[in-house]
Design a binder for this molecule. Structure first.
Ligand code: PMP
Length: 435
């Protein structure tokens, strides 16, 4: 009974006016009116710790972003066919943040757009059409990004409807995957070798590239086995393909120790997609690649996105990078994230329903299971835990193919105290549910 009566009435209007299939969090969601740092406040003045907002990476309502946006709106907003400073400055900053050689930047408006463009770049750079993509991943909603998305949590029928240019590879899940333990990476790579062999010479010659999240965000922050990503990249490149790292969800400092997810795997991609954190909620995304791959896109004519890299979006993007650095938020992600993960692992010693704690920095996943021998996913429990956590003042949501992993990806400004609050609430809720 968290929601105010007017929240229920507004929900009915939403259901009537939104085209269907657009989900909302919770059976009876609170009506959110204000955000501040890692907190959300509803219309009844109830305060929640926001455990899911990896888009508002600096925190909600950051005064620097408010100022940057308002100032630029008052000066100028137009499209990137005009010549102005902000888009150039942002592109330069992104190229500096990327590995050497990746210095050609396209500014777009979202993660789905970035992934779509990355796929087109892979096609045009290689003159080929087949893409390797992993099961359990989500990369977006546009035709191209949806084609490489097979997360069953988002689309239970995803595996039945892939276009024939998508070649699915197994998700190297350390908990319920086929291979486990220290040799899992090599075993999955041997499987990949066999799969590539099975494509035949013609199939291999059609390979344009691979798209992977360097850590499985949709799975709840599941780390790839050591050496896996570099091994996949080696194989794809040996066959003439290019490697796309989808950093939309994981990258941009959230992992604490690493700015980019691929650094955790010691691998360097040819194309990086980024969005979400990049605009802190402003529609803003980018593709960062080599000059050579970008130049091959000339075969498609030119590239232009009306609002991509607009003065307002670019100024916000620059302010995000300034605040990330000046407030030491990547370091905060490391410090608070490490303590948060250790505390969650502590809970696992007392709550048998916690089968694993995944993740790094401030992208963590608590995997709930019905028992630790079979790792049977505890999907209903995950749902009940999230509803109960809302009553306690924490916004946490389940993810993964079985919707049994509680994803914890709060704004990077979260304090150690707020992280302890979430852990304390989870402890209480699991105890009350006898889990
Ligand atoms: N890639 C990944 C890894 C994502 O998590 C998402 C969004 N959840 C996207 C791409 C698509 O981004 P957007 O919603 O901004 O289109």
């Amino acid at each position: 009974a968290v929601a105010a009566p007017d929240a229920d009435a507004l929900l009915a209007r939403r259901d009537a006016s939104f085209a269907p299939v657009q989900e909302h969090y919770y059976a009876r969601p609170p009506q959110i009116e204000r955000g501040w740092r890692e907190h959300l406040i509803d219309t009844t003045a109830q305060v929640y710790v926001d455990g899911v907002n990896n888009v508002a990476t600096l925190g909600h309502s950051h005064p620097r972003l408010v100022e940057a946006a308002a100032r630029q709106w008052a000066l100028l907003n137009t499209n990137s066919r005009f010549h102005y400073a902000a888009a150039t400055e942002l592109s330069e900053r992104l190229a500096e943040l990327a590995p050497a050689g990746l210095d050609a930047v396209f500014l777009v408006n979202s993660g789905s757009e970035a992934v779509d463009l990355a796929l087109r770049l892979a096609f045009t750079a290689t003159g080929r059409s087949r893409i390797l993509a992993a099961r359990e991943a989500y990369h977006g909603w546009t035709i191209g990004s949806d084609a490489v998305s097979t997360s069953l949590g988002d689309n239970p029928r995803a595996l039945e409807s892939r276009p024939d240019w998508v070649e699915l590879i197994e998700a190297p899940n350390p908990l319920r995957g086929r291979h486990r333990g220290p040799d899992a990476g090599a075993a999955y790579l041997a499987d990949l070798d066999a799969q590539l062999e099975g494509l035949g010479a013609e199939g291999r010659a059609a390979l344009a590239g691979v798209i992977l999240e360097p850590i499985f965000g949709n799975g709840g922050g599941v780390l790839l086995p050591d050496g896996y990503l570099a091994g996949v990249y080696d194989r794809v490149r040996a066959l003439g393909g290019v490697c796309i790292a989808d950093e939309v969800q994981l990258g941009y400092g959230r992992l604490g120790r690493h700015f980019w997810g691929f650094e955790q795997q010691g691998a360097v991609p040819d194309i990086i997609t980024v969005a979400k954190a990049m605009g802190n909620g402003q529609p803003l995304g980018a593709v960062i690649t080599t000059q050579e791959i970008a130049a091959a896109f000339a075969a498609e004519g030119s590239f232009f996105s009306s609002a991509g890299g607009s003065p307002v979006s670019s100024r916000i993007g620059l302010a995000v990078l300034d605040v990330l650095r000046e407030e030491g938020l990547q370091e905060n992600a490391r410090l608070v994230g490490e303590a948060f993960k250790a505390a969650l692992e502590g809970l696992a010693t007392r709550h048998p329903s916690i089968g694993a704690v995944h993740g790094l920095g401030l992208y963590l996943g608590v995997e709930l299971v019905t028992d630790r021998a079979s790792f049977e996913p505890a999907t209903r429990l995950a749902d009940a835990v999230c509803e109960a956590l809302l009553e306690e003042g924490c916004v946490v949501q389940p993810t993964g193919d079985h919707k049994n992993v509680l994803k914890l990806k709060p704004p990077l400004c979260i304090t150690a105290e707020s992280a302890r609050f979430v852990t304390g609430c989870l402890d209480r809720v699991l105890t009350e549910l006898g889990a």
